[in-house]
Write a new protein. Structure first.
Length: 296
């Protein structure tokens, strides 16, 4: 096998081998899970690899150069390993995956055969199928800035540079009332202007929604209640008493960046780009025609 060296290569060359595959899966919330297709548990690198998950993988497609390396893995859904509820909640989206060829008789003899992330996840009939995307997958994504009026940065990211933990730009409190997992009502929450959290985020801090986020569609007052409405329901059950964190929203406009966040120097849009109507305007028939600015 290409790339295999040392004691594992010597073992493979004997023709009588004791090898299996192991996978380590690291979710974005930091949870690390280990699986193996061996008939007993293994442990190395500080990770315990379980053998009771029914996990298996199809043929790994690998190539030289910058071609994309992909494979697929499948396994049984269970409450003690990968549950349908966690998949539905998106906890495995973009999780990192490392696969080894391991000599189960001596786990120090191992070789990494795949490293990448989870792509598309399909589930049904008590099992799941996960597409595994290699590291070269990222090279196929379009990059670069878009020439447009609105800001292209995401509030709080490297391009924006704004600290969303600044006082006055977030609120942490318990859920007082929730409808359909996406409409939240709070009493006495008057410390922020109306629509302050529109286009912002709502993150679960406790309960089944811990670590999950939703995007705020509307933020308005309904009598004595403040209503926070999300675009989509939270991807796990959220109940009264669960703690959440609301972060102020940005509508990507220059005026908002200047007055709401005082962050104009980091504005990533092009507010003076002419619109389509200006570009297609007819030549003037009279007046100043000396080649100066039409915006004067």
């Amino acid at each position: 096998m290409g790339g295999v060296a040392g004691a594992l290569l010597t073992h493979l060359q004997t023709g009588l081998t004791t090898v299996c595959r192991c996978w380590a899966l690291t979710r974005k919330d930091g949870t690390v899970m280990g699986f193996t297709d061996h008939d007993g548990p293994l442990s190395f690198g500080g990770i315990d690899f379980r053998a009771d998950t029914g996990l298996s993988t199809s043929t790994l497609q690998q190539s030289t150069g910058l071609s994309v390396d992909n494979t697929e893995t499948m396994g049984a859904l269970s409450d003690t390993s990968i549950s349908e509820a966690d998949i539905e909640a998106g906890r495995y989206d973009g999780a990192e995956v490392v696969s080894w060829l391991v000599n189960w008789a001596d786990v120090e003899e191992r070789h990494v055969v795949f490293r990448g992330t989870i792509g598309e996840l399909r589930r049904g009939n008590g099992a799941f199928h996960a597409e595994l995307r290699g590291l070269t997958e990222a090279l196929g994504r379009p990059v670069g800035r878009v020439y447009q009026k609105p800001c292209t940065a995401v509030l709080g990211d490297k391009g924006c540079g704004f600290d969303t933990s600044s006082e006055g730009y977030f609120e942490e409190r318990a859920v007082e009332g929730v409808e359909e997992g996406r409409v939240f009502r709070f009493e006495g929450m008057t410390g922020f202007d109306e629509a302050w959290f529109a286009f912002g985020t709502l993150e679960g801090l406790s309960g089944a929604c811990t670590g999950l986020k939703g995007v705020v569609k509307r933020d308005y007052f309904d009598g004595e209640s403040r209503v926070i409405e999300l675009w989509h329901p939270m991807r796990a059950r959220i109940a009264t008493g669960d703690m959440i964190r609301l972060v102020a929203g940005c509508d990507k406009r220059l005026q908002t960046c200047r007055t709401k966040f005082v962050n104009l120097l980091n504005f990533q849009g092009f507010p003076d780009v002419p619109g389509d109507s200006w570009l297609t305007v007819q030549p003037v028939n009279a007046g100043q025609a000396g080649g100066g600015s039409r915006r004067a």
